[in-house]
Design a protein around this ligand. Sequence first.
Ligand SMILES: Cc1cc2nc3c(=O)[nH]c(=O)nc-3n(C[C@H](O)[C@H](O)[C@H](O)COP(=O)(O)OP(=O)(O)OC[C@H]3O[C@@H](n4cnc5c(N)ncnc54)[C@H](O)[C@@H]3O)c2cc1C
Length: 402
Amino acid sequence: MIDTTLDAGFRNVLLIMRQVGRDLLRPAGLEAEATGEPLPVDHPLFVSWNRMGLSLGLAQGRRGGGEAAPGQAPSRMARSAILAAEELAFWDQGALLALPGPGLGGPPIQLLGNEDQRRRFLEEPFRDPERPAWGAYATTESAAGSDVARIRTAARRDGDHYVLHGDKMFITNGARASWVVVFATVDASLGRAGHRAFVVERGTPGFGVGRIEKKMGLTASETAGLFLEDCRVPVENLLGGERGEEAKAGFKTAMATFDLTRPMVAAMAVGIGRSAWERARDLAREAFGAAPYAARELGVLDRLATARRRLDAARLLCWRAAWRMDHHERNTVEASMAKVHAPAAALAATSAALDVCGLAGVVDPRVERCYRDVKVFDIFEGTGEVQRIVLARRLFGYPSEG
Ligand SMILES: Cc1cc2nc3c(=O)[nH]c(=O)nc-3n(C[C@H](O)[C@H](O)[C@H](O)COP(=O)(O)OP(=O)(O)OC[C@H]3O[C@@H](n4cnc5c(N)ncnc54)[C@H](O)[C@@H]3O)c2cc1C
């Protein structure tokens, strides 16, 4: 659907993304489902996406989370990003996550990187449309998922290098990335205050790829384990300064990048929920004919209508969070609300779609895939449980932990 409250510019974004989603992402996602493997790096989707200038655009988008300079005009970037995220996820959420670009590694470099780092990591790799490139972001370890303070990948200064040692897991596009923003600790006893972020480039001795995960969903997207064995990373690749206060301030700012990425992940969940919902609506219409009267049929309609109300509310929460960001207003609470609400609404919508379609849903390639794919949106970028705690703390004015 096209929301008539959108102005012509936003509607245009939506229409372009609809075409890209329908013509490029959906077929690529189905291919990945058929092979059971992530899309290969030389898949034509990636060059087509690049030729539209979209990787470079993403790499160089506005720095998230920052304060507005006095008199700075509102941006349209965050709202365009969530419109695109929902629409592309509607067509194929796995292929969407596989698209070239800096991924979650982009915001920390945008925010904490110096001019040289932004040029080396956000411009140069993404300039040539014929050579798709990826960035990645690695915090997760076997004992550090939600509790990021527990990361054990160690960083030790040695001359003009840092020596990194440890393992990362479940890293989106980790095996194909030209560089990965790796979070490591200079002193595990300091918790988050000891964390530093390093851009580790592919080919650096001691940096390698472990297992590519076989997942329940998001098949088109690669999820990789990474290892660092006495991996020497030049000091120039450290993001956000070396010393305690400087680095700590940098990390607080880096956390603010989630204020943009959380509404985007939430919007993707809405897109998946909407995709399953629309399929279920069509199947229900087919089954019920012109006028549903039976109590069961009315019950089905009510269930789908409830799911749709929740999805629409989720979309509005995403929009509000993005609107505030575009208007240079702090949106941490609004971003958390969107992230808490949208995956839950999308889970409920895909579950309702599967239920009301019955056996047709179990074998329907769209509905069953949405059901498998949607769960992870309640896991990455802060699990639902943890986000609810974070949100409650913020609403009551308690400081966040760590
Ligand atoms: C497809 C996919 C892609 C991913 N991509 C990336 C990536 O690119 N980069 C990256 O760094 N990571 C990535 N991740 C990892 C993801 O961020 C983590 O899975 C997530 O942070 C949760 O960590 P965990 O799985 O270790 O769960 P845990 O943190 O161990 O949590 C397990 C359960 O306990 C609950 N829980 C934990 N703490 C609390 C608490 N304090 N109170 C109440 N409940 C709690 C959680 O909500 C969850 O239900 C990806 C994961 C997946 C599945």
